[in-house]
Design a protein around this ligand. Sequence first.
Ligand code: ADP
Length: 540
Amino acid sequence: MKGMMMHRPLNIADLITFAAENHPQGEIVSVRTEGDIHRTTYAQTAGRIAQLAHGLKHLGIARGDRIATLAWNGYRHFELYYAISGIGAVCHTINPRLSAEQMTYIFNHAKDRMLFVDTTFLPIVENLRDLLPTGLKVVVLTERAHMPDTTLEGVLCYEDVLDGEDTLFSWPEIAEDDAAGLCYTSGTTGNPKGTLYSHRSTVLHALYTCVSIPRPLKAGNRILPVVPLFHVNAWGLPYSAPLAGASLIFPGGGLDGKSLFDLMDSEKVYSAWGVPTVWHGLLNEIGRRGRLPDGLKDIVVGGSAATRSLIEDFETRGVNVCHAWGMTEMSPLGTQCNLPSALADIPVEERMQRKQSQGRRVFGVEMKIVDDAGRRLSHDGRTPGHLHVRGNTVTAGYYEDPEASAKVFDDDGWFCTGDIATIDSDGFLRITDRSKDLIKSGGEWISSLDLENIVMSHEGVANCAVIAVPDPKWEERPLLIVQPREDAQPQKEDLLSLLGSHVAKWQLPDDVVFVEELPMTATGKVSKLNLRKQFRENRG
Ligand code: ADP
């Protein structure tokens, strides 16, 4: 028997319409490329989104067209998210830190019709001019007075596109499974791969996030996404924050510890979201000033593993840390590690252990771990396996890439994340490695993340990575690469003895190498691919 309820399509435009009606005074504060701070509200923004939607229509944008953005976190980028998807086109965010080769591939693979670009990134586009899709229309995200000189032809000014347009727009009915957004993963092997989000997946993701990370996502709270709008929709915050009525504080290009501290302090940011690298920078600044930014109570950290020292540094200062795990292909949220109330009073040591895990699944995401043959492994917290997921916010295949798509689903249709993990009987997920980064020594897996976590607790270590190097006897052996803190000179013997007090002898790295700076990927993670290439011959 069928249920007898209405079926209304889930639609992204409804989120901003709702926010404008229910949280009209919710703020969007942005550090602009023009150099000043801009303030607006959800109510005013809804009007500008309508103007932009009219502007896009007048420029001939039709349903399904891909519209690229190359921009920092700011109100104009936010407006693009809603106006593009709202008229049924696809908002394609591009990571400006990608290589020219990757970016060229992405533009042409997506066949973008328009590009909205911050003044900061215009030189990138000028350099690629002959390699971009023909007819690509470029709009610079600024006002007339700040239009830069450019060698590109026919470039438009963003504020001109909105100027004089109606502040009301009658949003069209769009099928909920129509495409709304597109984001490519940088991919360490092969070409970048596109995840094509739908209206439905995006709205559900916003709802799931509000339910799963409720502490910051509340009306009146001020949230700062350091995580960029150009990568995985800033973890969905442009959708979940307005839905919850939380204000958004956009930092523009100022992502160093000092700039973030100042902005958080003056804007009384309650919660900030970003990758561990960013928090290390902020913690340095907090240490230097001997205080927290005013109002800071909550940090969400993900994208790569949060170390114990990072979690402890914040929590001992009274800031709650929510460690989250996810992927571009999952919209991205998969798990989050706010402790359930039953564990509120556990001893500090156990709390730290738990908080280092990636936490428990969010509603709507199912997880399993399997062995090499695809057989399910038990959730005993000890047995690592390949992590597979499924759910309404998980990709069903890469955009126009059947070859890549064919490799990432198991026989039952679950998405193979490429992560190696354990899950315990309480449902806590612990990522131990990426399958491509795995260290397999004498048939046994060694967790690079566990070793890195221990090394990061050494006060002389700014960052580190453990990688596999080929070994004639053991197949692979771990190598520890360390970036010391400024003015510190950690010793190899000390680091190995620190590790030795936590792990079995055979898991100890064969050697320790010190580098000035670890190579990073476009999304702010240590690039183990580069390290493996560089240190292939290092046998201790
Ligand atoms: P990219 O590598 O292009 O940035 P994603 O942002 O989608 O792509 O990266 C997803 C991967 O990042 C996950 O599969 C996992 O390996 C890693 N990751 C994300 N969050 C965490 C976390 N909290 N702990 C450990 N690894 C994480």
